[in-house]
Design a protein around this ligand. Structure first.
Ligand code: FAD
Length: 433
C-alpha cells in the first residue's frame, strides 16, 4: 500500500455512516488493477449500548427510493427480513377541520410508498455486513482526538484510551466523511459554518396497539400543538401495532411523560380520533428535542458532510434518514466515477460535484418540512381554510397526487445508480424520472 493507511475515514457509524461504509466498501477493485477502497469507520458507541443515539427505540419510515438504495448496496433482502412493514397508503388530516389527503402506492405506480423498520434492526443488518468486509477497519468504541485536513491528505488520531493499540498513531487518509450526527462538534472544529434553529417542539415516541388493523396505512395528523404520526408496524401476536410520533411543546413534555398509560392513551386518542379503533397497549415512551441544523457548505478541503451532520430536519415528513441515504448514493457514485477516471477522490472538483448534486434536495426538503410545520401550526382562519382546500385539492387531483407522492418518495431529479436499485459498478448514467 502507498503512504495512506486508509482511503476514506468515516466518522460516525450511525444509520448514515454505517450505510456509507457498506456502499463505499464495494467501490474499486473491478479493472485495471485498481484495489477496493480501504475504509476506517470510527464509532463512539457500540451497537446495543443504552446511549447509542442512532440505533435506539425508534421506528422510522424509509421512502421507496431508500429501498432501492439498499437493493443497490445488496442488503435489502436482509433488511426486509428484519421485521420491515410496507406502507401502502398514507392518510393526512388536520384535526377538527375538513381537509384530508389520501395517497396510495398504486397512484404513483409503486409497489409500496415506503417501509417502516426498527432502527436497532437496521443497525444489526448494517454491522453484520460491515464485519464481513475485509476492507473496513471498524474502530468501535472509539473517538477522534484530532483531524488535520491538508491539501493532499488528512491526518487523524484517536482519543486516548479509545483503542489502546492505536491511540498514539497518526493515521493518513485521502478524505474524511463526517457522519457524526446533527450535534457534530468536529464539523465546527473543521471550520464549517452551521445555521441552527430550535423548532420549539419535542417528539415523544412510543408504540401503541389499536383494536382495528392498520392495513399498512401511515397516518399524519396535524394538531394545534404539533403533528402526530402513526406508522404501521408488524403485528404483536394477533394485535395490530403502530409507532406513534407525537410532537409537542417542550414545556409539556415532563407532564406528558409522567401520565400513567391509561391517561396517555386517552390523550393520544383524543388527538388522533377513532380511525384505528381504541388504542390499548402502549410501549416505552422516549422524548427527542427537535432542532434544525444546516451547514453553509457541504465540503471543505478533503472533508465531506453526510447525513444529519449535513442536514437535520423535523421528522414530520420522515425525511431525515431518507435524505442521508441520498447523500450516500450520490457520494458513492461520485467517488466511484472519480476512481474509474483515474482521479484523486479528494480532488476539489470531485467533492464539488457531490456538493452540487445534493444542493437542490438539501434546500427543498427543509423548506418543505419547515413549511408544513409553519402552515399547520397557524390558526389564522383564512390560512386554515386555504390549507384544507389544498389537502382536498391534492386528494381529488390524480396528477398532483402522483407528483407529490413521487417527490416525497425521493424519486424525482437526477437519480444516482444506487437510487435506481442498480449496483454502483454498472457504469450507466443517472437519468431523470
Ligand atoms: C423522533 C424522530 C423520528 C424520526 N423519524 C424518521 C423517519 O421516519 N424517517 C426518516 O427518514 N428519518 C427519521 N428521523 C431522522 C433520522 O433518525 C436521522 O436522520 C438519522 O438518525 C441520521 O443518521 P446519522 O447517521 O446521520 O446521524 P445519527 O443517527 O445522529 O448518528 C451519528 C452517529 O455518530 C456517532 N458519533 C457522534 N460523534 C462521534 C464522534 N466524535 N466520533 C465517533 N462517532 C461519533 C454517534 O454515536 C452515532 O452513532 C427521525 C428522527 C427523530 C428524532
Amino acid at each position: 500500500m502507498d503512504k495512506f493507511d486508509h482511503d476514506v475515514l468515516i466518522v460516525g457509524g450511525g444509520l448514515v455512516g454505517a450505510t456509507l461504509a457498506c456502499a463505499l466498501s464495494q467501490i474499486g477493485g473491478q479493472s485495471g488493477g485498481q484495489e477496493k477502497l480501504k475504509l476506517a469507520l470510527v464509532e463512539a458507541k457500540p451497537l446495543g449500548a443504552k446511549d447509542q443515539p442512532s440505533y435506539d427505540d425508534r421506528t422510522i419510515a424509509m421512502a421507496f427510493s431508500s429501498r432501492r438504495i439498499f437493493e443497490g448496496i445488496g442488503i435489502w433482502s436482509s433488511l426486509s427480513k428484519a421485521d420491515t412493514t410496507a406502507i401502502n397508503r398514507i392518510h393526512i388530516s388536520d384535526q377538527g377541520r375538513f381537509g384530508i389527503t389520501r395517497l396510495a402506492a398504486a397512484d404513483a405506480g409503486l409497489e409500496a410508498l415506503g417501509y417502516v423498520a426498527d432502527t436497532r434492526a437496521i443497525g444489526a443488518v448494517l454491522f453484520d455486513f460491515i464485519q464481513g468486509q475485509k476492507n473496513i477497519d471498524l474502530m468501535c468504541p472509539a473517538e477522534i482526538q484530532s483531524i488535520e485536513n491538508g491539501q493532499d491528505e488528512v491526518l487523524w488520531q484517536l482519543a486516548d484510551g479509545a483503542s489502546k493499540k492505536n491511540s498514539k498513531k497518526k493515521f493518513r487518509a485521502r478524505i474524511v466523511i463526517l457522519a457524526d450526527g446533527g450535534r457534530s462538534g468536529l464539523r465546527e472544529q473543521l471550520g464549517f459554518q452551521v445555521i441552527k434553529q430550535d423548532y420549539q417542539q419535542t417528539a415523544i415516541v412510543t408504540n401503541v396497539s389499536p383494536t382495528r388493523p392498520h392495513n399498512n396505512t401511515a397516518y399524519e395528523r396535524f394538531t394545534k400543538t404539533g403533528p402526530l404520526a402513526l406508522l404501521p408496524m408488524g403485528e404483536s401476536g394477533t394485535q395490530s401495532r403502530c409507532a406513534a410520533v407525537w410532537s409537542t411543546a417542550p414545556d409539556q413534555v415532563e407532564k406528558i411523560l409522567s401520565w400513567d398509560d391509561n391517561k396517555f392513551l386517552a390523550r393520544l386518542q383524543s388527538r388522533f380520533g377513532w380511525r384505528l379503533g381504541k388504542f390499548t397497549k402502549i410501549g416505552k415512551r422516549q422524548a427527542y428535542p427537535l432542532h434544525m441544523s444546516k451547514p453553509v457548505d457541504l465540503v471543505k478541503q478533503r472533508v465531506i458532510l453526510a447525513g444529519n451532520a449535513a442536514h437535520t430536519v423535523h421528522p414530520v415528513a420522515g425525511q431525515g434518514f431518507n435524505m442521508g441515504l441520498r447523500d450516500v448514493a450520490c457520494l458513492a457514485q461520485v467517488l466511484e466515477d472519480a476512481l474509474n477516471n483515474g482521479n484523486d477522490i479528494g480532488d476539489e472538483k470531485v467533492l464539488a460535484h457531490y456538493a452540487q448534486w445534493r444542493k437542490r434536495d438539501n434546500k427543498m426538503v427543509p423548506l418543505f418540512t419547515d413549511g408544513l410545520i409553519r402552515i399547520f401550526s397557524n390558526d389564522f382562519p383564512p390560512l386554515a381554510l386555504a390549507r384544507n382546500i389544498g389537502l382536498i385539492a391534492v386528494d381529488l387531483c390524480p396528477p398532483l397526487k402522483r407528483e407529490f407522492t413521487r417527490r416525497t418518495s425521493g424519486l424525482m431529479g437526477t437519480l444516482p445508480r444506487l437510487a435506481r436499485g442498480l449496483p454502483l459498478q454498472e457504469n450507466k448514467k443517472g437519468f431523470t424520472t
